[in-house]
Ligand binder design. Structure first.
Ligand code: NAP
Length: 254
């Protein structure tokens, strides 16, 4: 397989479905070797088989991004099998939406942990290899919710936090040939938005239609829309693009 990611190894968190899986597909099609981590072992096995059916071997490893030991062990395994970690995509995410007065300690802690502790754990583990290689591409998945969204105090906090992390790492790692950027998706059709529709009791089709009506391009996003933007930042030729946040939302965000 040839392509712009030939001989590159991409490590994608939360890669067994939705946006993460689509990023894995895009990178594979363009020649990368792929490692994904996720919590759900059955989902990991399924996605590994799906890739196998279309002729690609991927590493699908069980690791919780919140647990630094599991993350480090997964990266060590990737290094052993593939010899480098060139691209890190911090995509794993959860939502625990509620208005602040109803938000529980758990709702807050879990969202902070998965997105922020998770990105910290994976990035700290990956930079060890990237600095040595003098090459790396780190892409954090933020959200338009970073700009504020009622019912998502926890989620908008972490998505804004990831933008701060992105800009800081861009400054820390730039001299090692490592760029750090963020993609901030708008409304994307995945299990995550499906769960939101279920929670508020609206059929998913109606939820998608209502979302599309507010988006200038007249449709909601697909995971591939995000994968395309991630691939731009991950490209070797994007070496002068560092510390940026790209909103991918079918229209402007202000
Ligand atoms: P999704 O379909 O719910 O997928 C999220 C993935 O993250 C799942 O595979 C999940 O694994 C994994 N994950 C969750 N917690 C994890 C943990 N502790 N360790 C490892 N993996 C974990 O969501 P999505 O819509 O594709 O979202 C992907 C990213 O895009 C998230 O960061 C999300 O916040 C962001 N985003 C999404 C939208 C949207 O409209 N969909 C908009 C803006 C930003 P399990 O199946 O094992 O739970």
């Amino acid at each position: 397989m040839t392509g712009r990611f030939e001989n590159r190894v991409a490590f994608i968190t939360g890669g067994s479905r939705g946006i993460g899986k689509s990023i894995a597909e895009t990178f594979t099609e363009e020649g990368a070797k792929i490692a994904i981590i996720d919590i759900d072992t059955e989902a990991l096995q399924n996605v590994q088989s799906e890739f196998k059916e279309i002729g690609f071997d991927i590493l699908a490893l069980q690791a919780n991004v919140v647990n630094s030991h599991e993350v480090e062990a997964a990266m060590e395994q990737v290094m052993k099998e593939y010899g480098s970690i060139d691209i890190l995509v911090n995509n794993a995410g959860i939502i625990r939406d509620n208005l602040l007065f109803k938000m529980t300690d758990n709702d807050w802690d879990q969202v902070i942990d998965v997105h922020l502790k998770g990105a910290f754990n994976t990035t700290r583990a990956a930079q060890k290899y990237m600095v040595q290689q003098k090459y790396g591409r780190i892409i954090n998945i933020s959200s338009t919710s970073a700009l504020g969204n009622p019912g998502q105090a926890n989620y908008s906090t972490v998505k804004a936090g990831l933008q701060g992390l992105t800009k800081t790492l861009a400054r820390e790692f730039g001299k090692f040939g490592i760029t750090t950027n963020a993609v901030a998706p708008g409304f994307i059709e995945t299990d995550m938005t499906k769960a939101t529709a279920e929670r508020i009791g609206v059929p998913f089709e109606d939820f998608l239609k209502a979302g599309a009506s507010k988006i200038p391009v007249g449709r909601v996003g697909k995971p591939r829309d995000i994968a395309n933007a991630v691939a731009f930042f991950a490209d070797e030729n994007s070496s002068f693009v560092n510390g940026q946040v790209l909103y991918v939302a079918g229209g402007p965000t202000n």
